[in-house]
Design a protein around this ligand. Structure first.
Ligand SMILES: Cc1cc2nc3c(=O)[nH]c(=O)nc-3n(C[C@H](O)[C@H](O)[C@H](O)COP(=O)(O)OP(=O)(O)OC[C@H]3O[C@@H](n4cnc5c(N)ncnc54)[C@H](O)[C@@H]3O)c2cc1C
Length: 398
């Protein structure tokens, strides 16, 4: 059985070696083939022209520098330029949001308000059940619910149809994606939806056209679709100015530190190099409040458990503080260190750990991955300015 004929749940195994295996399988395609083919969505059975690494990248089961290094061992950086750029789009969006966290908090608040207004309205219910007048949208919605993954072009078409043809609030569409995508990510998802809506680049919204859908699905979808082709733009608010990224002091390596790993970076054990004590915290309460699908929770919990093994993973709950205090005392820890969770659901862990560390009178060291540290500061303006910095930084990582 090839990877392509496997069901989604079998394909995205929650193991780090499965991510490396998927990367190895994809490597021959990462050069010109990817650049020429990446926009085609021929359906879930025919996907080896894109990497499908995103669910693993989301939790850093495989990291951006690791992917780029592997790709450049097989292709020249020029030949793999398109693929490398896509990998770095993710870093760009994450850095962009990290410097403008109010976009996320405003979005969370807007979802809350829109849900109360829309939850019983037939247009919204038809959309989340895939029963709209757009067969293309319905087909992708079912694919999303079944597989937890959509091809990039399908995500663009879906978001555009949701916003401009179905005329639903973009925040509710972003919420639907975030709840069901295995790779669902606060920065990439929110900002991609905003980009489609025309809120990221003034006057540049993405409008899905039936002929484009027919071409890039090779006729599977799009025939006879009636889509809004010249919609009124949504008036964007001024974008917030970027705030400086918080600088994190280095943590001491010669004292007794305890490492907390979260689902935002399951590779933290390797780059934070702390061995005295390790434990995991999964922000289950934040996930449940956001209504994240059980399949997504299971996938990330399993990867976190693998990263922490043989130690334990605590779920965010009433008894978290007691569990952490007991662990700190048992291991005679002087401090706790954690890979800084980016803007998103995982930040609730930092909020709770700060309170716990204060109560224990021990410091909490927050550390940023060197890749993010190197690239986030350049996400101040558009991607094209950011992209100019890439060759030099990437050369350093090769
Ligand atoms: C409306 C919308 C919502 C999206 N939501 C998410 C999300 O929640 N999480 C997420 O990881 N991606 C999201 N994307 C970006 C993109 O669709 C996926 O990253 C990509 O389809 C994943 O498939 P792949 O691993 O085969 O990508 P490949 O094409 O093989 O690319 C390799 C890697 O580069 C990164 N990447 C690729 N395309 C993009 C992109 N356009 N923007 C940012 N990073 C990219 C991903 O980490 C991906 O794994 C969204 C795009 C749109 C239009």
């Amino acid at each position: 059985m090839t990877a392509d004929s496997q069901s989604a749940s079998l394909y995205w195994q929650p193991r780090r070696d499965a991510a490396r295996e998927a990367l190895n399988q994809f490597l021959p395609h990462a050069g010109g083939h990817y650049a020429r083919q990446r926009n085609f969505d021929r359906g879930p059975q025919d996907r080896d022209h894109v990497s499908r690494l995103s669910p693993w990248v989301r939790v850093r089961a495989i990291s951006e520098p690791e992917i780029i290094r592997a790709v450049c061992s097989r292709h020249s950086p020029e030949a793999a330029d398109k693929f490398i750029q896509e990998v770095c789009w993710r870093t760009y969006w994450k850095g962009w949001l990290e410097m403008r966290p109010s976009i996320w908090t405003d979005y969370v608040q807007a979802v809350r308000v829109a849900k109360t207004q829309w939850k019983d309205r037939p247009e919204y219910i038809e959309a989340i059940e895939g029963q709209t007048q757009s067969p293309t949208f319905n087909a992708f919605l079912h694919e999303l619910l079944d597989n937890g993954y959509l091809h990039n072009h399908a995500r663009m078409w879906c978001a555009s149809i949701w916003i401009f043809t179905l005329r639903l609030p973009w925040e509710l569409g972003a919420d639907l994606f975030l709840r069901h995508l295995l790779d669902g990510d606060a920065a990439v998802n929110t900002l991609s939806w905003r980009w489609v809506a025309g809120l990221q680049t003034r006057g540049k919204q993405y409008v899905a056209r039936p002929d484009n859908i027919i071409k890039y699905t090779e006729g599977r979808l799009g025939e006879g679709e009636v889509l809004a082709e010249s919609p009124e733009p949504i008036m964007p608010l001024e974008l917030p100015e970027p705030q400086p990224l918080p600088a994190f002091p280095e943590c001491p390596v010669d004292e007794r530190g305890g490492l907390i790993i979260t689902e935002d970076d399951v590779s933290a054990r390797e780059w934070l190099n702390q061995t005295h004590a390790v434990a995991g915290i999964f922000p289950l309460r934040a996930y449940q409040e956001a209504g994240i699908a059980a399949s997504v929770v299971e996938f990330r919990q399993s990867l976190l458990q693998e990263a922490v093994a043989p130690e334990m993973v605590w779920n965010e709950s009433e008894s978290l503080a007691d569990a952490v205090c007991e662990w700190v005392n048992r291991n005679a820890l002087n401090y706790i260190v954690i890979a800084e969770p980016p803007v998103g659901l995982g930040q609730s862990v930092i909020e709770q750990l700060s309170v716990i560390c204060d109560a224990l009178s021990i410091p909490l060291y927050r550390q940023r991955h060197r890749w993010d540290e190197a690239l986030f500061p350049y996400a101040t303006h558009g991607f094209f300015r950011f992209r100019k910095k890439l060759p030099k930084i990437i050369r350093h990582w090769l």
